[in-house]
Design a protein around this ligand. Structure first.
Ligand code: NIG
Ligand code: FE
Length: 406
């Protein structure tokens, strides 16, 4: 793997670009930072001698943000795919000893280096599509040692690939087998030992819980949120995926960055999220894989003005998706998002779901240069094609990470 630091610099003037509305655009980058953006005719005189990068008429967007992934895990779960094809539900698979706990076994068995290698290969697919920031959750370790191993891999991936990674502690993802029947004891362990220790090691940027009938209750979720709050860490929630637990309203009370999945979200949940400024993270890959029929309440979210993000939810069980562009297509086709909504969903709203709205998801002057040049005529093509990667170049953290010269 070419070390990221030796990728070519993106410094200079990027010309012959078009913005997502097709209007001519130029960008100026110095020291890896976006210094200016505007119409080509208005480039400040100081850039006259700068190195020119010819955009060749490419459409440019901010670097993509994948705001919900479980990218680091051992093994795979293609056997469950077969079980589900034979008629088993996600809950039935979980009750039969599969599901999250199957990945926990494989993750505990894997070394940190093995987890790094397998996650690196998966990450490469997302990066090649223009992802410049990504969230990676723990939650397949379910013990201090193994959650630490996952989160350390998340930190190493950021360093090795030159990509912004937000590491989310999801110790309350499932009940580990050794705590069967002792859910309260496990939550105590999460709150009293695991979270404080991992936070002290600088491994945690946010805290998540799977609040569901087959996972943790509202009370247990709140217990974890209180611990996160005491440590000054933001929270987010896997909420109302299989049933309406009232998780979104609880998360909103704790100022959650996002509530994710939300197929069964109620109007009260929508209102609470709006009041708290919580982002709705839509995960069409999981909806599709589970052959769900309960659509998230898109019209109500739109009406309330709740920002909607779109993400892969990459995980080995319910969304083995390694293409954020495919999620754009699914968000439009399955959830009926408009193309501009879907594009906002993988850029500025996704950044906000990670608390990164000041640095990612928009072409903001003064921030590290993260943008993608696309070989398309119009923005709708980014959601229209599937199985194609119309990337001309990716500038990530001020370096040409993909495309010409990379
Ligand atoms: O986001 N909903 C819970 N967690 C994951 C599924 C994880 C798994 O099945 O391994 C999700 O869909
Ligand atoms: Fe998830």
């Amino acid at each position: 793997m070419t070390p990221f630091a030796s990728r070519p610099s993106a410094d200079g003037l990027w010309t012959d670009l078009r913005d997502i509305d097709g209007a001519p655009l130029a960008l100026a980058v110095a020291d890896g930072v976006l210094r200016w953006a505007g119409p080509p005719g208005a480039v400040p005189a100081g850039w006259a001698d700068a190195r020119v990068h010819d955009g060749g008429g490419a459409l440019v967007t901010p670097g993509l943000v994948d705001c919900h992934t479980h990218l680091v895990y051992g093994g795979r779960r293609a056997n469950e795919f077969a079980m589900r094809l034979a008629g088993a539900s996600y809950e039935e698979v979980a009750k039969a000893g599969g599901g999250i706990v199957a990945s926990v076994r494989a993750t505990r068995e894997a070394s940190e280096d093995e987890l790094f290698a397998s996650a690196s290969a998966r990450l490469a697919n997302l990066l090649a599509e223009g992802v410049c920031a990504i969230e990676i959750k723990s939650g397949y370790g379910l013990s201090l040692e193994h959650e630490r191993k996952q989160l350390r891999v998340a930190r190493r991936l950021a360093e090795a690939h030159g990509v912004t990674v937000r590491a989310t502690f999801l110790g309350a993802h499932a009940l580990p087998p050794e705590y069967a029947g002792r859910s309260g004891d496990y939550i105590d362990l999460v709150c009293r030992e695991m979270l404080p220790a991992l936070a002290a090691e600088g491994l945690v940027d946010a805290v998540d819980v799977f609040c569901e009938r087959i996972a943790f209750s509202l009370e247990e979720t709140e217990h974890v949120f209180l611990s996160a709050q005491a440590l000054g860490l933001p929270v987010k929630l896997h909420a109302e995926q299989l049933s309406d637990m009232g998780g979104a309203a609880l998360a909103a009370r704790y100022g959650a960055l996002s509530c994710d999945h939300i197929e069964h979200l109620s109007q009260a949940g929508v209102d609470a999220m709006k009041a708290a400024g919580t982002v709705a993270v839509l995960l069409p890959g999981a909806y599709y894989t589970l052959r769900d029929t309960q659509l998230p309440p898109i019209a109500a979210l739109r009406e309330a003005g709740v920002p909607m993000a779109v993400s892969t939810d990459h995980n080995p069980g319910t969304s083995p998706a390694l293409s954020l562009l495919l999620m754009l297509n699914m968000a439009c086709t399955l959830f009926r998002l408009t193309v501009p909504e879907a594009l906002d969903g993988v850029t500025r709203h996704a950044a906000r779901a990670l608390g990164l709205q000041g640095t990612h998801g928009a072409l903001i002057v003064g921030q590290s240069a993260n943008f993608v040049l696309w070989d398309v005529r119009e923005a709708a093509e980014l959601a229209y094609w599937f199985g194609q990667r119309p990337v001309r170049a990716v500038v990530r953290q001020g370096r040409i990470a993909e495309g010409e010269g990379a």
